[in-house]
Every structure is written in C-alpha cells, then in structure tokens.
Design a protein around this ligand. Structure first.
Ligand SMILES: Nc1ncnc2c1ncn2[C@@H]1O[C@H](COP(=O)(O)OP(=O)(O)OP(=O)(O)O)[C@@H](O)[C@H]1O
Ligand SMILES: [Mg+2]
Length: 291
C-alpha cells in the first residue's frame, strides 16, 4: 500500500530521511515512532506529496508517486484520510456538516452524502451528536468526528498524526479501539505517536526512525527510552499526591508510561482494577478519589 525504497530527503544540511526502505501492506496497522526530529513528519509529508524526495522511490496503492505532476496530487491525497492531534474541525459547522463538507469539496452527489455521512457517524459512535457543534463535544468526541471526516471518502489509508496527544489515557484507549476496529474492517492505518504506553499495549507493527534512519521494523513495543513529552499533560497537571502536593516531574513520567502506576503508589491498598475505575470517575468529574 505504501512503499519507500531507499528514500532520502534532506532540507539543506538538515537530515529528514536517509535511505529509508519500508513496505506497508494493505490492511497493516503500523506505528511510526521515534524521538523528536527523527523524520516522522517528513515520512508523512512525502506520502502526501507535500515535499519531494531527493533520492529513492515511493509507491502508493501500487502507483509510483515519486515524481508526479501537480495535477495528479489531489487524486493521491484522496486515497489518504488524515487525522490530527488537534482535531481541526470547523467550529461553525455541526458534526454532520463537518463530515459532509469533506465530501462536498470533492463534489460528491447529495444523495451519496446523505447516505454516507450517517453511516460513518454510526461507525465512530457519534451519530447521536450529529447536530452538535465541536465546542459542545468532549475532546474524545471531537476526535471521533475527526476520524469520521477522514473516513468519509473511503480512503485506502488512514494516517494519524498523534491522534491521542490531546486526550486523557482512558479516552485515548477508546480512540485506539476505534482505530483498531477500522483497521480490522480493511483500512490500512499508519499512526505517528510518542505514546509509549499505547504502542506497548496494542502490540502492533512498529517502525522506528532515529536521525532519519529506519532503525527497527518489527511487531511489539515502543522501544525507545522514556522521553519527557507527557502523554496527557492536562491530566497530569491536575493530579496531586497523597499529601495534596502536585506530582513531581519524575512521578509524571511514571504516569505517562503507566497511568495506573502512580495512582497505585498513592493508594497502595487498592488493586489496579479499582484504581482504573477511580481514574475513570476522576476524569468524568468525580471528586474525592484520594480520600
Ligand atoms: N521545512 C524544514 N526545513 C528545514 N529542516 C526541516 C524542515 N522540516 C523538518 N526539518 C528537519 O528535519 C528533521 C526531521 O524533522 P521531522 O519534522 O520529520 O521530525 P519528527 O520526527 O516529525 O519530529 P517531531 O516528533 O518533533 O514531530 C529535523 O531535524 C527537522 O529539523
Ligand atoms: Mg512531527
């Protein structure tokens, strides 16, 4: 579905990708991981034809797209659904209108739009909120709309750039389950993420990039050491320890990689399942979880 053969892309003296070869097959679910500046966005922008490679060959859905004309670029992008960290919904349009808009810009027939939009809203489980505006939705619901919009034109590949970056741990796992469901139904999924805990839990294929090079490509775990980027910064900021003090940055890192662990430390007598329930209650606005 996506093939990179010995692709190199430099930005002046900056390395984007060096001699990168990856084969992503139809129906694959692939995590693309690596430290900041590794080349992940470069990889995606090459697929979207936003930038041109210096060397190597890129194929999408069997077609050589290494050097195609400008007029062919829209057809390439229509084969790809994009999901973003910050959702990128149109604030003045309802959920339904946001998703329908993606079809309208491609001049799809009204009847087709009327049939397809409710179908994808149902698929992502947001149909009951079709007439709401984005600011009336939770972050997780907004991302469901973002995914519905990405799917509405039946792309061959769904590319997700940190889709859970703005979500709390529980909502993030809901979104991962949704992406998994979409993948099982046949859409190839490529997801860029820093969320070690998610990658470790999903146990999918992981392509790791470092300094522009593909350093690993196998099923399993995230593989890089902890980095400082918080998985759910808003959530971690809200947490306090048993003494009512904000969590230290060390504890926040533990929370980032194992959401239950910090709470377990704070509440030593509770078993992990109770902790998960409490965490959920806490995230839903419940109080007193530390009492
Ligand atoms: N437009 C550009 N001009 C110059 N250098 C660039 C440009 N875009 C990216 N780079 C450089 O290419 C390298 C790879 O960048 P890229 O954006 O692909 O990294 P990334 O893996 O997506 O990082 P992050 O996790 O921070 O998003 C970096 O060293 C970056 O500084
Ligand atoms: Mg990036």
């Amino acid at each position: 579905m996506i093939v990179f053969n010995n692709v190199t892309k430099k930005y002046g003296s900056n390395v984007g990708l060096i001699d990168a070869s990856v084969h992503i097959n139809r129906g694959d679910f692939v995590f693309l991981v690596g430290p900041s500046g590794a080349g992940k966005t470069t990889f995606i922008r090459l697929i979207l034809k936003e930038i041109e490679p210096d060397k190597g060959k890129i194929l999408l859905a069997g077609k050589d797209i290494t050097h195609i004309g400008r007029r062919e670029v829209p057809a390439i992008r229509q084969k790809i659904g994009m999901v973003f960290q910050d959702f990128r919904l149109l604030e003045k349009k309802t959920v339904y209108e946001n998703v329908a808009f993606a079809m309208e810009v491609l001049h799809k027939r009204k009847r087709e739009i009327r049939e397809r939009v409710p179908y994808v809203l149902e698929l992502v489980d947001i149909k009951d909120k079709a007439n709401r505006y984005p600011d009336e939705l939770s972050a997780g619901e907004q991302q469901r709309v973002g995914i519905a919009r990405a799917l509405v034109n039946k792309p061959r590949v769904l590319i997700c750039d940190e889709p859970t970056g703005n979500l709390d741990p529980i909502t993030a796992m809901d979104i991962m389950e949704l992406l998994d469901k979409i993948n099982v139904r046949g859409t190839t999924v490529l997801m860029v993420t820093h969320a070690k805990d998610i990658v470790d839990r999903m146990n999918k294929r992981v392509v790791a990039i470092d300094k522009g090079r593909i350093v690993r490509d196998e099923e399993g775990t995230y593989g890089f050491k902890k980095d400082d980027q918080l998985y759910a910064p808003g959530f971690a900021d809200a947490l306090i320890d048993v003494n009512g003090q904000p969590l230290s940055s060390e504890d926040r890192k533990t929370l980032y990689f194992d959401p239950s662990k910090t709470i377990v430390q704070a509440l030593p007598d509770d078993d992990p399942e109770d902790v998960e329930n409490m965490l959920e209650a806490y995230l839903n606005g419940g109080e007193d979880v530390y009492e």
